[in-house]
Design a protein around this ligand. Structure first.
Ligand SMILES: [Zn+2]
Length: 481
């Protein structure tokens, strides 16, 4: 299978995943995962594992799923799926890097295209449907069953499993990639230990990753033998506060039921909490603050947050996450003014994160929500400008386009709002939905209801151009079927 055919198949699958209600683009979690993923990609390039042809042709995009089962999977065309359940159980960046490095290597070593080539009696459409069916089957049983057509998907999953040789190769290459990227190779071993424990304790479907990546004693022994002698044995370094907060966030977002949220409050309320190590306290308080906010118990949420703030104040990365949480909670409580104050304080010179004034996605997106909630035109204008420069560097960021659309709407710039909304659909590869929006914008112009400002002429011509370009993409997509 050629790389461009594989990319088209990947696009088809990704488009379905974007439509899945479990797909989520949480800016805090996504940024954390990107902070691991981008160094892995750079290392794979430097090592020559990632050819420039594949680098250019594939998407190299990570899609997060709300699912609380532990899973990560490589898809055709350089897309990777990561369940929040995996982020919730890893103890360090290194462990997450070991899984992502392994999955990345399945793609760079062309394991996926080899598997698909074996299905040569099937059309790409069938292979895509099989992969989607297998994904649905690997999710929580109740959610997945509706999507499975008979027993076909499970059979398909078995056909599409990687061979033992492929697993070994993905371990070997993945280990090289993650250590070259600066992660601790010990993360591979502790991740294997974690999976091994899980496979002994339960087989209740919470670990679909184990089904697709059976752990063999050989795989474990191989990874152990790669560790430098000095590093062998249990790692006793305390987990990073930033990491435990991200894991706690994944736990809350993947388990939004009232009972689960209540359990997190109980955890943080117990007298025992103060006796635990700092990372455990930080994780419990972050989880409780976010859970209470989700339960709309805002004064309780604030109390947890205040306790959290004290614990993390000397750790710049952790303190940043607690400020982001404070702004998020203020927005949820309808207090956009408070959220703006928190965000402004964070942007000031007092922010000793060492990352300077670089635009960061979580901050930018919260600022956009503040503008939308207050409905203040000048604030929306400022945020629209910042979103535009973000999009110039990240044109496929659908959520950024959606927020930009909202910022234009606040300013009464209807044409631009519709166009940005259309571009969000393009980013999701839903070209039909994008065309509907372009046509709506053109209709507004025809009726002379889009305003007569000079800028509108430019906007109108941009809309016409984009409409024609997307029309072509839509035709290609239809032919592909
Ligand atoms: Zn694998």
């Amino acid at each position: 299978m050629t790389s461009s055919a594989e990319r088209r198949l990947g696009d088809r699958i990704a488009r379905e995943i974007f439509r899945d209600p479990d797909y989520m683009d949480d800016p805090v979690l996504a940024e954390y995962v990107q902070g691991i993923w981008q160094p892995l990609l750079a290392a794979a390039r430097a090592r020559g594992d990632l050819s420039s042809e594949l680098d250019e042709r594939f998407a190299w995009e990570i899609m997060l799923g709300r699912d609380r089962t532990v899973n990560a999977f490589a898809l055709p065309g350089g897309y990777l799926g990561v369940h929040l359940g995996l982020i919730a159980i890893v103890s360090s960046r290194d462990e997450l890097a070991s899984v992502l490095g392994h999955e990345l290597s399945h793609v760079t070593q062309r394991h996926i295209s080899r598997l698909i080539a074996k299905q040569n009696q099937q059309t790409p459409w069938m292979v895509g449907a099989m992969i989607l069916g297998a994904l649905a089957a690997s999710k929580n049983a109740d959610a997945g069953n509706a999507l499975i057509v008979g027993g076909q998907a499970v059979a398909a999953q078995n056909q599409l499993n990687f061979s033992r040789d492929m697993e070994r190769e993905a371990d070997r290459v993945g280990f090289g990639v993650m250590t070259q990227a600066g992660f601790d190779g010990q993360g591979f071993v502790s991740m294997f230990d974690k999976l091994q424990q899980a496979s002994r304790l339960n087989d209740n479907g919470a670990y679909p990753y184990l089904r697709s990546h059976p752990l063999t004693t050989e795989r474990i022994a191989d990874m152990r033998s790669r560790q430098p002698l000095a590093a062998r044995g249990p790692v006793d370094a305390a987990p990073a506060l930033e990491h435990v907060m991200v894991a706690a966030r994944a736990r809350v977002l993947s388990n939004p039921g009232v009972d689960a949220l209540r359990a997190l409050l109980v955890e943080a309320d117990g007298a025992k909490l103060a006796t635990l190590a700092a990372p455990r306290q930080v994780a419990a308080l972050y989880g409780a603050a976010l859970a209470a906010s989700r339960l709309r118990e805002f004064s309780a949420a604030k109390a947890y947050l205040d306790r959290l703030t004290v614990l993390v104040r000397s750790d710049a990365r952790a303190a940043r996450l607690s400020r982001l949480l404070e702004a998020e909670m203020a927005l949820a409580a309808g207090d956009a003014a408070r959220a703006a104050v928190v965000l402004n304080a964070a942007a000031g010179p007092a922010n000793a994160g060492g990352e300077g004034a670089a635009v960061r996605r979580p901050e930018l997106f919260l600022a956009a929500q503040v503008a939308a909630q207050t409905g203040q035109r000048d604030r929306a204008g400022d945020v629209a400008q910042r979103l535009q420069s973000w999009i110039a560097a990240h044109p496929r960021d659908a959520q950024a386009w959606q927020l930009l659309s909202g910022a234009y709407a606040v300013q009464g710039q209807t044409l631009r709002a519709i166009r940005a909304d259309a571009e969000a659909q393009v980013a999701f590869m839903d070209y039909g939905a994008a065309l509907d929006r372009f046509k709506a914008a053109q209709e507004l112009i025809r009726q002379g209801r889009a305003g007569a400002a000079a800028a509108d002429h430019i906007d109108a011509s941009i809309i016409d151009t984009r409409q024609r370009q997307v029309e072509l993409l839509f035709k290609e997509q239809t032919l592909d079927r």
